[in-house]
Design a protein around this ligand. Structure first.
Ligand code: NI
Length: 227
């Protein structure tokens, strides 16, 4: 499932991020790529411990952890430390690849299964040409390019790429999520169920049927979740 989460970061947070990112210590993106991905990866990224990285990743994690849409779609168990990257100039693209299934959390060495990927766009599409996130799914390939501060969730299992930036720079924050529910298909069913139930409650209020449906949602979650 591909899902947009609007307004993860505010205009004020984006302005602060832009100032910090201007003089940030950018380094080559190949430092953190897996064996297959390194062939395709040609971008720049920030070390985790610089001021810009810390500011953006704290703001993003805080925002998604309190976003009802993110929580119901991702059902997060663990969130991998966000990274900041950019594309442009001599480092314009990241060709088709699949992310490593397991990542080691820097510092703690904790293993995280990459069930879901999330990209938060840090500048506007008007700033650059190209730089589309393309995600291949069973229906073909879909392109995503969102306004600054908006995020997209896509399955970690998918083949994806960032197409070459031919003008300007594309800056984004991305991270992986290990979900309580490993299967994309089951997460999708739970998401649709939860959203429909919410709409039903809004239009009809609570009654015996919504209580039963709510119980069914939680029983499905209990059946499929690993904690
Ligand atoms: Ni990737």
């Amino acid at each position: 499932m591909l899902l947009q989460i609007p307004d993860v970061l505010s205009a004020e947070q984006l302005a602060t991020a832009r100032d910090l990112l201007r003089d940030a210590p950018w380094q080559t993106g190949s430092l953190s790529a897996g064996r297959q991905a390194i062939q395709a990866k040609n971008n720049q990224q920030l070390p985790l411990d610089c001021e810009a990285s810390r500011f953006v990743s704290e703001a993003v994690v805080r925002a998604v952890e309190t976003s009802p849409l993110f929580l119901t779609a991702a059902l997060p168990k663990r969130i991998f430390a966000p990274r900041i990257n950019r594309y442009g100039g001599d480092t314009p693209a990241y060709g088709e690849h699949v992310d490593n299934a397991i990542r080691f959390e820097p510092g703690t060495g904790e293993r995280v299964r990459t069930d879901i990927s999330c990209t938060v766009f840090l500048n506007d599409p008007a700033d650059y040409d190209g730089g589309e996130l393309r995600v291949r799914d069973t229906y073909g390939s879909r392109g995503v390019k969102l306004p600054a501060g908006h995020a997209v969730l896509y399955p970690g299992t998918s083949v994806h790429e960032v197409t070459p930036v031919t003008r300007g720079w594309r800056t984004a924050c991305f991270f992986w999520i290990e979900s309580l529910v490993r299967s994309d298909e089951q997460r999708r069913l739970l998401f649709d169920f939860d959203m429909a139930l919410m709409r039903l409650r809004e239009s009809h209020g609570d009654d015996a049927s919504t209580v039963t449906l709510s119980g069914t949602y939680h029983n499905l979650l209990r059946m499929w979740a690993t904690t």
